[in-house]
Design a protein around this ligand. Structure first.
Ligand SMILES: Cc1cc2nc3c(=O)[nH]c(=O)nc-3n(C[C@H](O)[C@H](O)[C@H](O)COP(=O)(O)OP(=O)(O)OC[C@H]3O[C@@H](n4cnc5c(N)ncnc54)[C@H](O)[C@@H]3O)c2cc1C
Length: 347
């Protein structure tokens, strides 16, 4: 029987496990290693901060999901991964030997700016973030992408003063216009074209000649690879993410799959894409168990992006299409709640 190690309970593995709960896979022994028995769903995090959801409504029970899928759950992180020897080292020091591994462990936040590591709070892990934003008045956010701007609007909705520094826009033009208009309408101090050069004790943000002190600096400057990938022996792209073939297998070690943020794929790193990876991963795991040919993943360049805007108002975009308003928020709410029902189902 093949020993399959699932690293992380990201979107792809969450999909996979929920599918296996409905229709088990035979011939493999599954183990999930992920730090939190309950995990916050990223798309609902801004809603938790804005006060639309209780934290428990935005969490799924990883341990129970694993149990429903007939998988063993180990609450730990992988601290080292040796692809060649097929061994993962866990945070308690134990070693886990596998036949097949699947990495869906997400990413960390890029923090190359001087002082960011010491004086800014990264938006991940979410558990820490929720605690840190409590009871602070004036918050600076480094990074004006979807995560930075959604969090800015959620915090503003809670009455905080929020300043967003964004060196460049990563949004298509039409979406960028909608987001900027919304940020300004609800009173976020948005500073496009302004790069944070460094952060000093205070925390004091230095951007060009401007220096300003805040109660807290949040760091949301985009995904960076998990540190242990560098020594894994897996072939990585120039930014450090795992290079995969069309079946989402490592190009250097065919018995290691990678999906979601930790894989190097042409599409943007998002939960929506990661769930789609999970659908292919599910089919391919069944193929691995049955010894049949794997299926290819077809990337879709345009995924639906829906950003909540603090209040019960959201902006949607897909390719060149866009819409916004209260109805869009209810649409997002319905999608997110359906996903949580899928993951938290009791049978
Ligand atoms: C504030 C915010 C809001 C966002 N909103 C959206 C949105 O609305 N829509 C959207 O599509 N995307 C959104 N994103 C982006 C999205 O969260 C990521 O692209 C997505 O989570 C990536 O999913 P994943 O499956 O790769 O891994 P993740 O969902 O990030 O999960 C990673 C998993 O791996 C675990 N893990 C981490 N390190 C280890 C380790 N060493 N060993 C074992 N396990 C580990 C984690 O605990 C977690 O279980 C948002 C991001 C942020 C920061």
């Amino acid at each position: 029987m093949k020993r399959v190690l699932l690293v992380g309970a990201g979107h792809a593995h969450a999909w996979l496990l929920s599918a296996l709960a409905k229709e088990p896979v035979y011939g493999v022994r599954l183990t999930v290693v992920s730090p939190n028995a309950r995990q916050i769903y990223s798309a609902m995090l801004p809603g938790v901060i804005a006060g639309h959801y209780k934290r428990a409504e935005a969490e799924f029970d990883v341990a129970m999901l694993a149990e429903r899928a007939y998988a063993e759950f180990i609450p730990a992180t992988v601290t080292a991964f040796d692809a060649e020897q097929r061994v993962a080292t866990l945070s308690d020091g134990s070693k886990f030997t596998f036949d097949v591994a699947s990495l869906n462990a997400g990413s960390t936040v890029a923090n190359g700016v001087p002082g960011a590591r010491e004086y800014a709070v990264p938006v991940k892990p979410f558990e820490d973030l929720i605690e840190r934003v409590k009871r602070v008045g004036h918050i600076a956010i480094g990074g004006g992408g979807a995560a930075g701007t959604e969090l800015a609007m959620a915090l503003r909705h809670q009455g905080r003063e929020v300043t967003v520094y964004s060196d460049r826009s990563i949004f298509p033009e039409e979406l960028a216009r909608r987001v900027e208009r919304r940020l300004r309408r609800i009173g976020v101090d948005y500073r496009p074209g302004m790069r944070i050069d460094s952060i000093e004790r205070g925390p004091l943000v230095i951007a060009g000649t401007a220096r300003q002190e805040f109660d807290l600096v949040l760091w949301a400057t985009g995904p960076a690879p998990l540190s242990w990938l560098a020594s894994s022996g897996l072939r990585l792209d120039e930014t450090g993410f795992v290079r995969v073939d069309r079946a989402l297998r490592s190009v250097s070690h065919a018995y290691v799959f990678a999906s979601g943020d930790c894989a190097a794929l042409p599409e943007a790193k998002s939960g929506v894409h990661a769930v789609r990876h999970g659908m292919v991963l599910e089919r391919n795991l069944r193929h691995v168990a049955a010894g049949t040919a794997l299926e290819a993943y077809e990337p879709k360049p345009h995924a639906l992006l829906i950003m909540s805007c603090g209040g019960r108002y959201a902006i949607a975009a897909r390719g060149g299409w866009g819409a916004e308003g209260r109805l869009v928020w209810w649409w997002k709410n319905a999608i997110d709640r359906r996903w949580m029902r899928r993951l938290n189902a009791t049978k």
